[in-house]
Design a protein around this ligand. Structure first.
Ligand SMILES: [Zn+2]
Length: 637
């Protein structure tokens, strides 16, 4: 739909002030930003102040694109890029995004061009009309990356149409002068799982997160309660995804299956990790049950509607609402969601899952917001007993637990979730092996871990500062450490098992399927071996039964028969590698927010933990706080 008097009309008038040598041909919506098309990209590179002038006058995000008529062919572009790069740098692959006029250039040795990347970008853009984006590759192709690349390259005219329509809708004229905001709690309140918050203003309808609860017994408890609040998906302006874990995004493709056609905002790594986890979810559920929640077509539709945003950028997502994503320190690309309503009327921050402490993998969650009135805060570790030991103690316990087994000639099995914890554990293992503080041995890695890890070093800017500079400045990538051996096929397991002392990392983290079960089956009978858990074991899972001291377990073998296994190996758990804030970190985060909050809403925790956090916020900080349950709602302003 075209709106009269829209912001685009005023932007077009404004552009008349730009000198004719800029050769601006048109201005288009590109989702939430304006794309200014030019036949003279060099003019904007040489006169960058003009772009800042436009941004400060329009108060909108803009991007300069080359007019399609001057874009070089893909073949010519490849040749020009290869000529521009140093001779000792070889490109693995080019991926062209016709809609945005961008080209991903995948290369292994990104550190060799790191110092000149800014110049390379400008030079290639002005010579070819394509905006380059350099990406580091690994020897292993990640399913998450491939899913997204495929969706970006297929049906590109559909994506072009989506971005234009999203822009038209965001910048439609406002109807009301006054702003009122109501939040409804559709999932993840007094519980962990199916996170979902519905934010409604006079003008806009926004959903934050849209997850599933994999442990739920029935659909009423498994999915967000959109049924009672939002029958018509057309009403939604936007969906925002805080991070890629399925309890925050697992229901999203279902919305596309039922006709949602609007944008999804998330960070760039979240788009790729989410695509990996959701496509794995399709594979697992198609092998287990006849009814599937969604299929690859819905997933592709979802990817085409995703609009990645960098941390810290202010983006209009509807006529009265702006969005800012900030680092949440939980997993790669995880973000807190800051919504700004009206011009300075009200601010809501939703933490999502967050870690308020620096780890080897990520920086601590960002806590400085220009203003926040209402905070929605997670409380996974919200009881007073949920205090994690200091990091050095955690690592020491971990190293001792491993050395104890290796020195007896045993193997250590670490069942681990593929995204987040696996990469943190890889970094810790590499550091201690390198320092010779862990008995020298091979580390075998199997399952989706490698896929997910490849996405980590594709986006080094989202990693901790030390890790980022190690990868892109020094060319040292600890994820590709010489100690790690990737197991690609199940028939390679035999070799692993025949070796002497070794560390094996395998998914799933709670022994619910995947390679970790296969290794457990092979290692359980020898008392020299050890299963070492590094993540929370939910009750009802096999991991929890093993941790609680079961002497025998039953598993389903490849022929579908039940098999009884005696557990003679040791079992241990390291507490403290969590990607969530503990009790103290949650309270410290709240105490740091300035100016003082008007109220706090506690979510994402078992009932007693949400209530404990809200009581303590009231008591210690004298801020009104609540722990609502699902289907409750609250008027903020
Ligand atoms: Zn999470």
């Amino acid at each position: 739909m075209q709106y009269k008097n829209s912001e685009k009309a005023s932007a077009t008038i404004f552009l008349q002030n730009i000198p004719p040598e800029a050769q601006v041909t048109t201005i288009e919506y590109e989702g939430p930003r304006f794309a200014i098309y030019t036949k003279n990209p060099r003019f904007f590179i040489e006169n960058s102040f003009i772009i800042s002038d436009i941004v400060s006058s329009l108060k909108k995000r803009i991007v300069i694109r080359a007019d399609k008529s001057i874009r070089k062919s893909e073949e010519e572009t490849k040749e020009i890029i290869l000529q521009k790069l140093p001779k000792d740098v070889s490109v693995d692959r080019f991926i062209f995004d016709k809609v945005l006029g961008e080209v991903f250039i995948e290369l292994k040795d990104i550190h060799k061009i790191y110092s000149t990347i800014g110049e390379q970008n400008q030079e290639i853009f002005s010579l070819t009309g394509w905006r380059p984006k350099f990406r580091k590759t690994s020897s292993i192709k990640s399913e998450g990356l491939e899913q997204v690349y495929y969706a970006l390259q297929s049906d590109w005219s559909n994506r072009e149409r989506i971005l234009k329509e999203v822009g038209e809708y965001i910048f439609r004229p406002k109807i009301y002068d006054k702003i009122e905001v109501v939040v409804s709690f559709l999932g993840g309140f007094q519980e962990v799982g199916r996170s979902c918050v519905y934010v409604k203003t006079n003008e806009s309808n926004i959903l934050i997160d849209c997850g599933i609860n994999p442990g739920a017994k029935n659909s009423i408890e498994a999915y967000p309660r959109l049924d009672l609040y939002l029958k018509n998906l057309d009403e939604l302006d936007a969906i925002i995804i805080s991070h890629a874990h399925l309890d925050h995004c697992g229901f999203l493709p279902v919305l596309f299956k039922y006709g949602y056609e609007g944008p999804v905002y998330c960070s760039e790594p979240t788009l790729y990790l989410m695509s990996l986890l959701l496509s794995d979810f399709i594979k697992v559920s198609s092998s287990e049950s006849a009814t599937q929640l969604f299929d690859t077509k819905d997933l592709r539709e979802m990817i085409q509607h995703c609009i990645p945003l960098p941390y810290g950028s202010v983006t209009d997502i509807s006529p009265d609402t702006k969005l800012i994503l900030n680092n949440a320190g939980h997993i790669l690309g995880s973000a807190s969601v800051h919504l700004h309503f009206g011009e300075g009327v009200y601010n809501l921050v939703y933490t999502g899952d967050f870690k308020f402490e620096k780890t080897q993998l990520l920086e601590a969650a960002q806590y400085s917001f220009p203003r926040v009135e209402t905070l929605i805060v997670e409380s996974t570790y919200g009881s007073k007993e949920d205090i994690m030991p200091p990091r050095e103690e955690v690592e020491k316990y971990f190293v001792n637990a491993i050395n104890h087994t290796l020195s007896k000639g045993g193997k250590v099995l670490i069942p681990v979730p593929a995204v987040g914890r696996a990469q943190e554990i890889m970094l810790v293992l590499d550091r201690y092996l390198r320092a010779k503080e862990i008995v020298e041995c091979p580390v075998f890695i199997e399952g989706m871990i490698t896929d997910a890890t490849a996405i980590h070093f594709t986006f080094p800017d989202y990693l901790s500062s030390e890790l980022r500079s190690s990868i892109i400045e020094q060319g040292i990538n600890p994820f590709e450490s010489e100690y790690f051996t990737i197991i690609n096929k199940p028939d390679e397991r035999e070799e692993v098992l025949q070796q002497g002392p070794a560390i094996i990392m395998a998914t799933s983290g709670m022994l619910e399927g995947g390679a970790s079960i296969k290794y457990l089956e092979a290692l359980a009978g020898d008392e020299r071996n050890k299963v070492l858990f590094v993540s929370y074991q939910i009750s009802g899972t096999l991991g929890r039964r093993v941790l609680d001291g079961a002497k025998q377990i039953s598993i389903i073998d490849d022929e579908g028969k039940i098999k009884i296994i005696d557990l003679k190996c040791e079992v241990d758990q390291v507490v403290g590698f969590s990607g969530h804030s503990d009790y103290n970190q949650i309270m410290k985060f709240i105490s740091k927010l300035r100016p003082k909050l008007k109220n706090v809403i506690v979510n994402h925790g078992e009932k007693n933990k949400t209530i404990n956090i809200s009581n303590n916020i009231k008591k210690l900080f004298h801020i009104p706080a609540e722990a609502p349950s699902c289907l409750d709602a609250m008027k903020l302003v």
